[in-house]
Ligand binder design. Structure first.
Ligand code: ADP
Ligand code: MG
Ligand code: MG
Length: 201
């Protein structure tokens, strides 16, 4: 199986930052419908800090790249998504250990650990209309291929529209959260789209 080193992981997170910049207005629009209209700005700030940190001191292994990025997200993103995404990357990075090269299969396994940590931290499960609705199927489909992961995460994000939010700010709206796509599930789909894009280049 093909393997990926630290540079690939830096390129992935750079592609995530570019996607977040491109989609920031849309993320904020979604968050204005069922939240407080800051998801785009939150992630833009976080991603800018991540790319700056990775450029200043490029970590030597895939695991170290993800741990460093997670740390930046936790310290720079106010709001629910910072600690959750930060935990996702930190725990995924820790699960990769100090391997110099990582296969897609190994990344899928590590990511499953990271997703479980997000579920534990936020107390949410699939169907609660959160980022987990995209992260969980995305991480699972990554066991098949990068393209399958992108599609599964995107489908998971779209599937949040008819759901009623049970966690986070959107849950305060109760029934009124129905009919809107979850901002965090939408940004999680970007994470997998950027991964597939990076793997294809
Ligand atoms: P905030 O809600 O604090 O303004 P953001 O707008 O940046 O934070 O992020 C909102 C997103 O965070 C939601 O769309 C949802 O996907 C995710 N989220 C919120 N609470 C939880 C939770 N307990 N578990 C998982 N994801 C959550
Ligand atoms: Mg918000
Ligand atoms: Mg907020």
């Amino acid at each position: 199986e093909k393997t990926y080193g630290a540079e690939f992981f830096r390129d992935w997170l750079t592609a995530v930052a570019a996607a977040v910049d491109r989609e920031a207005d849309r993320l904020t629009e979604l968050d204005s419908a069922i939240g407080d209209a800051d998801h785009g700005a939150n992630l833009k700030r976080g991603c800018a800090a991540v790319t700056a940190a990775l450029e200043k001191e490029p970590p030597a292994t895939p695991g170290a790249v993800l741990v460093a990025a997670g740390r930046q997200l936790i310290s720079t993103v106010g709001g629910a998504s910072g600690p959750l995404y930060g935990t996702l990357l930190r725990r995924t990075g820790k699960a990769l250990g100090d391997a110099e090269q990582v296969s897609r299969t190994a990344l899928a396994e590590a990511l499953a650990t990271g997703v479980a940590a997000v579920a534990q931290l936020g107390g949410a499960q699939v169907g609660d209309k959160t980022m987990l609705d995209a992260l969980t199927p995305g991480a699972e489909a990554l066991g098949t291929s990068f393209a399958a992961a992108r599609e599964a995460a995107e489908a998971g994000a779209l599937a949040t529209v008819p759901l009623r939010a049970r966690k986070g700010r959107a849950s305060y709206l109760g029934e009124r959260s129905i009919g809107h796509q979850d901002p965090g599930a939408t940004s999680s789909a970007l994470l997998f789209a950027a991964l597939a894009e990076t793997a294809e280049t």
